[in-house]
Design a protein around this ligand. Structure first.
Ligand code: GLN
Length: 192
């Protein structure tokens, strides 16, 4: 059985749990270092990255997650910000994906919007909800770009890390979670 943790600091935690369970995974809301030993992958939900960072520091999870190189991770919206090696104007957080992100990059006029988004590696377009979303301003060549909106990068994969600027957990579209689960299971398989 595959167990996926959902970082339980702040943000859309229950929504991710619901998606993962719909796909048949076991879930665990992660709030301590001990929880990390029981999961095969970790979802970093959307919310507010600055608030999540404060809580990661307070719960003593920042350093263990930064130095843990085994755990596949999937970040959505604020979770994408947590995974970047560079955040414009801020101290970077978990530093897993070699990319630079810009917070709230779609501007005040377009606070939130929804599109049918083609994503590399996923057959049908993904239902993508953007809420005060970040953009990926630059990636190292080693990072695979999975999706763009008007030339702005909004989804990437690098090694065992996946990140998107939008919120798949606020829709009924399970495809991004399935993509991550496949990656986690492929990795588990490699190890056994
Ligand atoms: N604007 C938030 C941030 O900068 C992200 C928004 C979201 O997760 N919906 O952290």
């Amino acid at each position: 059985m595959t167990t996926i943790g959902v970082l339980g600091m702040q943000g859309a935690i229950r929504e991710h749990v619901r998606m993962l369970e719909a796909l048949g995974a076991d879930t665990l809301v992660v709030r301590s270092i001990d929880d990390l030993a029981h999961i095969d992958g970790l979802v970093l939900p959307g919310g507010e990255s600055t608030a999540m960072r404060r809580l990661l520091d307070r719960y003593g999870l920042l350093e263990p997650l930064r130095t843990n190189t085994d755990l596949p991770m999937f970040g959505t919206c604020a979770g994408l910000i947590l995974l970047a090696t560079e955040v414009e104007g801020y101290d970077a957080h978990l530093r897993k994906i070699p990319m630079t992100v810009k917070r709230n990059a779609f501007g005040r006029q377009v606070d939130s919007f929804e599109v049918e988004l083609p994503v590399k590696g996923i057959e049908a377009p993904v239902e993508a909800v953007f809420i005060r979303a970040p953009q990926v301003a630059a990636v190292e060549p080693i990072v695979e770009v999975l999706a763009e909106v008007e030339e702005a990068i909004v989804a990437v994969r690098y090694d065992k890390y996946v990140a998107c600027s939008f919120h798949p957990e606020l829709t009924e579209d399970l495809s991004m979670h399935r993509y991550f689960l496949d990656l986690v299971e492929a990795k588990k398989h490699q190890l056994t």
